[in-house]
Design a protein around this ligand. Structure first.
Ligand code: FAD
Ligand code: NAI
Length: 477
């Protein structure tokens, strides 16, 4: 019996893979998508890291924990007295799991709607390309081999462990364990003050943990605009996160119900800290486990990512790779954009991903969001620029919300006024940044934004005012 033939087989149903599969099907190809993620009942759970143990569950817990903190602190100021406030962590985690499942089911529905054939199992290249295409072996409940004329690899990434401190997800936690803690730890340690460390640290601090974040680098959020990072450090410290920079971790030792971390602090002093649980969030590594890359001759780069060119083409004809398993930011929307672009390239269209306008968001409170260049980058490469900032303290809507921390910052070219970067720390920064992305995609000037009518009262007026601030003509500050 000959193998099932598909025009396109996508390996991995994370945000990169499932979106690539849908777009390829929309373009008229016969498409299969293979994903091995299982739910607790052993059924399929498409959506990858993002849906199962990343973007979606973290945002669900961030939202719930923020409600809890508001009920305990800021409701009073609004004239709402709450008595008998208590935390039902079981329900909070259950809600998070329900949100995840809704997303898993949504993707299965979208596959059906778009006639994408879904296989639940692990896919691996079985050998080199032949006249039938690439043979892809699927292992799982229903093993079989299928053939693909085109393959899109979207196998994502895994959390990086500290050497000698493997994740057990009980005491030493990756993102997976950090999203499923069943009782609020009194003392929570976090190694790595990056995106996961700050988001997860915020969740558990709001729920009552004493959170200590140990960061290896001497600077806080080095990729973020310095002015914004400084403001964030100040605000997070005020909230109670204990952030130590310049730490050198020497050892992590598990006890029966705690973890001991020995490290040297920024001054070089030896410190021993004991935590009830430890989250290790020091970056992620590309996932090519069990993919059979060697069998097909698929080349990896020196860091273990699948080697691709600017168009996501690998060294093999008709094999593409996208998302976390290739170079570039490890972000869901970057993976999605690459997925769409590759499907369109397979169809002979001119799919494109603009790396210069990919927004970043850190979902702390306040949120941090940015697009484009930072002030330190512009200084380093000698680009002449003008900067303008506007604080949320001077924005009427922020005052009505009771959330006035932070600012919007514009960076524009000193001669052409083209927007080079926009940086926001403040309420709903994740939503506000979209205006900046659109503006930069259309190569707008700061003056363009300054002259556009923004609704009043809205947080977006702070964006307009920051654009006005470029020429020192803010109206409300
Ligand atoms: P993944 O989502 O990792 O999906 C890969 C899929 O491939 C998985 O389902 C895996 O099981 C499957 N797979 C792997 N190998 C095989 C194989 N051989 N056969 C079959 N299936 C296979 N990004 C954002 O943009 N916004 C956020 O708010 C955000 N929050 C995050 C929070 C956390 C805690 C974490 C860990 C990450 C977060 N990210 C966020 C990053 C985001 O999750 C990733 O960038 C995104 O999931 C990458 O998508 P992907 O499709 O490349 O890979
Ligand atoms: P990260 O790269 O954001 O941060 C890792 C931090 O750990 C860095 O500050 C680094 O200097 C530090 N570090 C590395 N080794 C260390 C060591 N040995 N000791 C102490 N500190 C050390 O990585 P993170 O937080 O693990 O997240 C991985 C990726 O997942 C992110 O880069 C991002 O792409 C994605 N993500 C995105 C989110 C979002 O978009 N909101 C949310 C969460 C994750």
């Amino acid at each position: 019996m000959s193998n099932k033939q598909f025009d396109v087989v996508v390996i991995g149903a994370g945000p990169g893979g499932y979106i690539a599969a849908i777009r390829a099907a929309q373009l008229g190809f016969s498409v299969a998508c293979v994903d091995e993620w299982s739910n607790e009942k052993g059924g399929p759970a498409p959506g990858g890291t993002c849906t199962n143990v990343g973007c979606i569950p973290s945002k669900a817990l961030l939202q719930s924990s923020e409600h809890y903190e508001h009920a305990g602190h800021s409701f009073k100021e609004h004239g709402i007295d709450v008595s008998g406030l208590s935390l039902n962590l079981g329900q909070m985690v259950k809600r998070k799991d329900t949100v995840v499942k809704q997303n898993n089911d949504g993707i299965l529905f979208l596959f059906k709607k778009n006639k994408v054939t879904f296989f639940h199992g692990r896919a691996a290249f079985e050998g080199a390309v032949s006249a039938d295409g690439y043979p892809i072996a699927i292992t799982g409940k229903a093993p079989e081999t299928i053939n693909a004329k085109q393959v899109i690899v979207a196998t994502g990434s895994n959390a990086r462990a500290l050497p000698g401190a493997d994740f057990d997800e009980k005491l030493i936690l990756s993102n997976t364990g950090a999203l499923a803690i069943d009782a609020v730890p009194a003392k929570l340690g976090v190694i790595g003050a990056g995106v996961i460390g700050l988001e997860m640290g915020s969740v558990w601090r709001r729920l009552g943990s004493e959170v200590t974040v140990l960061e290896g680098l001497p600077t806080f959020l080095g990729a973020v605009d310095e002015q914004i990072a400084k403001e964030a450090n100040k605000l997070f410290t005020k909230q109670g996160l204990k952030i130590s920079l310049g730490c050198k971790i020497n050892s992590v030792t598990k006890g029966a119900d705690n973890v001991t971390v020995e490290y040297n602090d920024a001054k070089g002093d030896a410190v021993t800290a004991v935590f009830d649980k430890l989250i290790v969030s020091i970056g992620r590594t590309p996932n090519t486990n069990g993919l059979g890359a060697d069998k097909a001759g698929l080349a990896l780069d020196e860091r273990g990512f699948i080697a691709v060119d600017g168009d996501c083409k690998t060294n093999l004809p008709n094999v593409w790779a996208i998302g976390d398993v290739v170079r570039g930011p490890m972000l869901a929307h970057k993976a999605e954009e690459e997925g769409v672009a590759v499907a369109e390239r397979i169809a002979g269209q001119h799919g494109h991903t603009n790396f210069d306008t990919i927004p970043w968001v850190i979902y702390t409170s306040p949120e941090i969001a940015w697009v484009g260049r930072t002030e330190q980058q512009l200084k380093a490469d000698g680009t002449p620029y003008k900067a303008g900032t506007f604080p949320f303290l001077a924005n009427g809507r922020a005052r009505a919300l009771g959330d006035t921390s932070g600012m919007v910052k514009f960076l524009a070219h000193a001669e052409t006024d083209e927007i080079l970067g926009v940086h926001i720390i403040g309420p709903m920064a994740s939503e506000l940044i979209s205006e900046a992305v659109v503006a930069m995609e259309f190569k707008a000037s700061a003056e363009d934004i300054a002259r556009i009518c923004h609704a009043h009262p809205s947080l977006s007026e702070a964006t307009k005012e920051a654009a006005l601030a470029i020429d020192k003509r803010t109206l409300n500050f």
